[in-house]
Design a protein around this ligand. Structure first.
Ligand code: ZN
Length: 189
């Protein structure tokens, strides 16, 4: 397994739309190694998720995991998830504003996300899943799937909310954490 360097804001490769993986190729060493490298790189960087796009591999694979994460202490746990060719369907209009960070962006900002989504994806064994995701977990799915379409939080964020991590912690963290903990309590994820 290899820890890759993570592409940073301004790298044109972050804007490339990733290609689907042929389900017949999921069992190949190439795809399984890509998955292992994504997990290793995400954990090394203490991220909550990572898309293949962020290591310059333009295939539709994302990994997500939230244990107890000092970058995101308010995030509910999310067991290690590998999603190949993920698709997101919105089925209502309930939205929440989430202050998001990204391993490819040195800023945080407020992004409007759907609270309830249906996701369809293949896991690393090629098994099809169709599941409903809610709350901050749904937000993480939307963030990671945006990467596969070449989109970043800076595209979606309220521009007046953008802040460096230091200034987020100094001026915005306490109010956001208080608001989002109430939301997590209500939504349950
Ligand atoms: Zn990101």
């Amino acid at each position: 397994m290899t820890v890759h360097s993570i592409l940073q804001l301004g790298d044109p490769e972050l804007r490339i739309v990733a290609q689907p993986i042929d389900p017949a190729d999921i069992a190949t060493v190439e795809v399984q190694t890509l998955i292992d490298d994504l997990i290793e790189t995400m954990r090394d960087a203490s991220g909550a998720g990572l898309a293949a796009t962020q290591i310059g591999i333009h295939r539709r694979v994302v990994v997500m995991e939230v244990t107890s994460n000092p970058r995101y202490p308010y995030k509910p746990p999310l067991p290690l998830t590998v999603a190949i060719n993920p698709e997101i369907e919105q089925f209502d209009d309930e939205m929440v504003e989430i202050n998001e960070g990204c391993l490819s962006v040195p800023l945080r900002g407020n992004v409007l996300r759907n609270v309830n989504i249906r996701v369809r994806f293949l896991d690393r064994n090629g098994v099809v899943h169709e599941e409903v995701k809610r709350g901050l977990t749904a937000g993480t799915w939307q963030h990671e799937c945006d990467h596969l379409d070449g989109q970043l939080i800076t595209d979606r964020a309220d521009p007046t909310s953008l802040a460096t991590w230091d200034e987020y912690e100094r001026h915005h963290r306490d109010a956001f954490v208080e608001r989002i903990m109430e939301f997590v309590e209500r939504v349950g994820s």
